[in-house]
Design a protein around this ligand. Structure first.
Ligand SMILES: Nc1nc2c(ncn2[C@@H]2O[C@H](COP(=O)(O)OP(=O)(O)OP(=O)(O)O)[C@@H](O)[C@H]2O)c(=O)[nH]1
Ligand SMILES: [Mg+2]
Length: 385
């Protein structure tokens, strides 16, 4: 048996122990966005299991805690959870270390809650979300003695609740293209937040999940934008509709893309938009125009307008959300660059203050470094030791 096989067998054994321990749990729901590789390049970029270490064990435990059986756990998910946990390390370092220190071994006191308030605000959780969590904790504390373990469990529950609220309100627990319909997903956001990269990763996820997909290169402002998005298209074998002439009209590009999608029966059109124009006013006007042309040309389409936010910009993201909300008719948020940001808490601020569901999160520049958002996994990664 090779070393790799041996390691895989060890992991399998450990997984079985873990799931055996996690009692009989309900069968998991199917994951609409995860499937087999299609091209050689993707096959080559198959995720590899890292070390059989603490992160691996933690990832398997998080899946098991959601009722997942060992047969349902994919290498990809284990791999992703490891990345997510590593990605949130910086946020966690300030946040959790202090939190656990504050919690200590004794039952929770009002003083501990005051410290918790500071900790949450420092992690960019936002005032509204922080107030709500603390209020719930204080109420609980008035009723009974709360030990640190219960305090942590209750805190996780509160944070999950905040993240879930806009998701529940949207009536779609997981954002996936609707089958046999035209779905148009717009990536919007200020310059450099990761719109094009997110679009490239989404195209790959969509293709791997069996959707037919097409990219509209509607960032016609930045000279290299079309080339950048074309490379992403090539990586997943997704056609790119672009007008190479300078100062082409983004709305005309979207027009062409919708025509092409109709002709081919494409299910998902991903639209890349500009992050910067001559002025902010122009940018908003252009987005409004793109939005209008989609609504007019394809009234039958399911349109998602996803605001891409760079986690490292923290609270600034909230202001961006407000600015884009009216122009682009936002329906959700993608949080990028969680790796290396100390402000992962901003996810909570976005959910509670902008009231937008977080749909995907990105934690790296690689093609697989994006996954559908899962509040349970996010909170576990945020508050893991
Ligand atoms: N570490 C890390 N880098 C990322 C992530 N997402 C995007 N990036 C990087 O951020 C930079 C900007 O990404 P783009 O996708 O070009 O951003 P954009 O929003 O399209 O930018 P404009 O088109 O200029 O508005 C690139 O160097 C990406 O590799 C992420 O999740 N993690
Ligand atoms: Mg771009």
């Amino acid at each position: 048996m090779s070393l790799l096989e041996l390691a895989a067998a060890q992991r399998q054994e450990r997984l079985q122990q873990l799931t055996a321990a996690s009692a009989a749990s309900p069968p998991s729901e199917s994951q609409p966005l995860a499937a087999a590789p299609v091209t050689r390049e993707q096959a080559e970029s198959e995720p590899q299991l890292g070390e059989f270490d603490d992160t691996f064990t933690w990832s398997a435990e998080v899946l098991a805690a959601q009722g997942r059986q060992v047969e349902d756990m994919s290498v990809e998910e284990i791999d992703w959870l490891g990345r997510l946990r590593r990605g949130l390390e910086k946020t966690r370092r300030g946040f959790v270390t202090q939190l656990l220190e504050n919690l200590g071994d004794d039952p929770l006191t009002p003083e501990v809650l005051d410290d918790l308030e500071t900790t949450l605000l420092r992690a960019d959780v936002g005032v509204q979300a922080t107030d709500r969590v603390l209020e719930a904790l204080r109420r609980r504390l008035n009723q009974e003695v709360v030990d640190p373990a219960e305090g942590l469990r209750f805190l996780k529950e509160q944070l999950r609740g905040l993240l879930e609220e806009p998701i529940k309100a949207s009536a779609a627990p997981l954002l996936a293209p609707q089958k046999d319909r035209l779905n148009i997903w717009l990536m919007v956001g200020v310059n450099g937040v990761g719109k094009t990269t997110t679009l490239g990763k989404l195209a790959n996820l969509a293709v791997r999940s069996g959707y037919s997909c097409l990219i509209a290169a509607a960032d016609t402002f930045r000279a290299a934008a079309v080339e950048q998005v074309s490379i992403w298209g090539q990586r997943s074998g997704v056609p790119v509709i672009a007008n190479p002439s300078a100062n082409a009209d983004p709305a005309a590009d979207v027009y062409d893309a919708i025509g092409a999608a109709r002709a081919k029966g494409t299910e998902l059109v991903l639209v890349d938009t500009a992050g910067r124009l001559q002025t902010k006013h122009n940018l908003m006007e252009e987005l409004t125009k793109v939005r209008r042309i989609i609504d007019k040309l394809a009234p039958e389409a399911v349109v998602e307008s996803l605001l891409v936010l760079d986690a490292s910009q923290g609270q600034n993201g909230l202001r961006q959300a407000m600015a884009f909300a009216s122009a682009a008719g936002l329906t959700g948020v993608v949080i990028t660059k969680l790796d290396g940001s100390a402000r992962g808490g901003v996810a909570l601020a976005v959910a509670s203050e902008a009231r937008l569901p977080i749909r995907f999160i990105g934690a790296g520049e690689g093609i697989r470094d994006l996954r559908p958002f899962n509040s349970f996994e996010f909170v576990e990664a945020l508050l893991s030791r």
